[in-house]
Design a protein around this ligand. Structure first.
Ligand SMILES: [Mn+2]
Length: 332
């Protein structure tokens, strides 16, 4: 339970000038968590002055915003703000705990305190920074669920648009309950109502894949390499981009663990996925493995069944160690 942290948060934020932000290439969870938390803070901590900064928004999130604002034209999503001149007291960073993913200039060297609210495994990387409070728990399938729990804890009643945002975020981040648990389903059922129809929300989240993405997946499947470890099957393949979506496809077609990597001039990126029951049965935790492989130049982490890592050099060596560690976990 996060209740004592929610109490701390209230104390920290009283009378403060707050800048709310999330990771770059904002996804629906990052967006919804920011918007709902802003609504909450304005209602609940009237002495706080809350500003929202959204960095570059991902393509699919833009599509979602369009549908959302058609349905709820009264809610404005501030896509650009000038925050450099604001005298911020505290940064509130949602849906990531890795400062490399935050688009605030020079945040690593700033002395302004930080609060993270996130559901990705905690990274040790930011230890040098002044972190006031971490509300980080990877038992939640989305940051939106933590924000919802905060609203519930303080009895702040959400209006329809904000409930809609939370539902959309929870559904996308839990992979439509695939990575969720009983609490995920319970929270969604509390948020749904006669005015918020599940099928309708689900249809706004449908994302037609582009032709380049479809081709990337098909080509990746043509060159996939199969490794068998006991009763488990690991698939490894490479792509130009869309590695996350390719790694998920590997799981869908029958691999227990999927690894897809891409290599560009700017560096490489490895996405990994594992079936939930494989993680539960063997203790495999991809996020922990990738976090262990991280250093100053390589940054990785995530969840038990979905994690990624990126770096500039030593891709082959890293892949070999990664596969070895995955095999070790699977053979336990
Ligand atoms: Mn998330």
């Amino acid at each position: 339970m996060l209740n004592s942290k929610f109490e701390d948060l209230k104390l920290f934020l009283k009378g403060k000038k707050i800048l709310l932000t999330t990771h770059e290439l904002v996804d629906i969870d990052g967006l919804a968590s920011c918007l709902v938390l802003k609504f909450f803070l304005n209602r609940f901590i009237s002495s706080a002055d809350v500003h929202l900064f959204l960095p570059e928004i991902s393509k699919s999130t833009k599509g979602f915003i369009q549908k959302f604002t058609e349905k709820f034209p009264n809610i404005t999503i501030p896509l650009e703000i000038e925050f450099k001149t604001l005298k911020i007291d505290i940064f509130l960073i949602l849906d990531t705990n890795n400062l490399d993913q935050v688009a605030i200039p020079d945040i690593n060297n700033s002395v302004i305190p930080i609060i993270f609210i996130d559901h990705h495994l905690k990274l040790k990387k930011n230890d040098k920074r002044n972190i006031s409070l971490n509300i980080i728990d990877d038992k939640y399938s989305s940051t939106a669920e933590i924000i919802y729990e905060l609203c519930e804890y303080y009895n702040v009643e959400l209006t329809l648009p904000y409930k809609y945002l939370l539902i959309a975020a929870i559904l996308t981040d839990s992979g439509f309950f695939k990575h969720g648990n009983n609490d995920t389903i319970l929270r969604i059922s509390k948020l749904l109502s006669n005015q918020l129809d599940y099928q309708e929300i689900q249809s706004t989240l449908k994302n037609d894949k582009t032709i380049p993405e479809k081709i990337a997946k098909i080509k990746a499947l043509q060159r996939v390499q199969l490794i068998q470890e006991g009763n488990w099957l690991i698939g490894i393949t490479n792509v130009g981009s869309f590695e996350a979506s390719v790694a998920s496809s590997l799981i869908k077609i029958g691999f227990d663990v999927g690894v897809a990597y891409s290599e560009k001039k700017s560096g490489y990126r490895i996405s990994t996925r594992a079936k939930k029951y494989v993680c539960l049965k063997t203790g495999l935790h991809l996020g922990k493995i990738l976090e262990e492989l991280s250093d100053d130049e390589i940054s990785g982490g995530g969840h038990d069944g979905a994690a990624a890592i990126q770096g500039n050099e030593g891709l082959e060596e890293l892949l070999a160690i990664l596969i070895e560690k995955v095999k070790q976990s699977l053979s336990k």
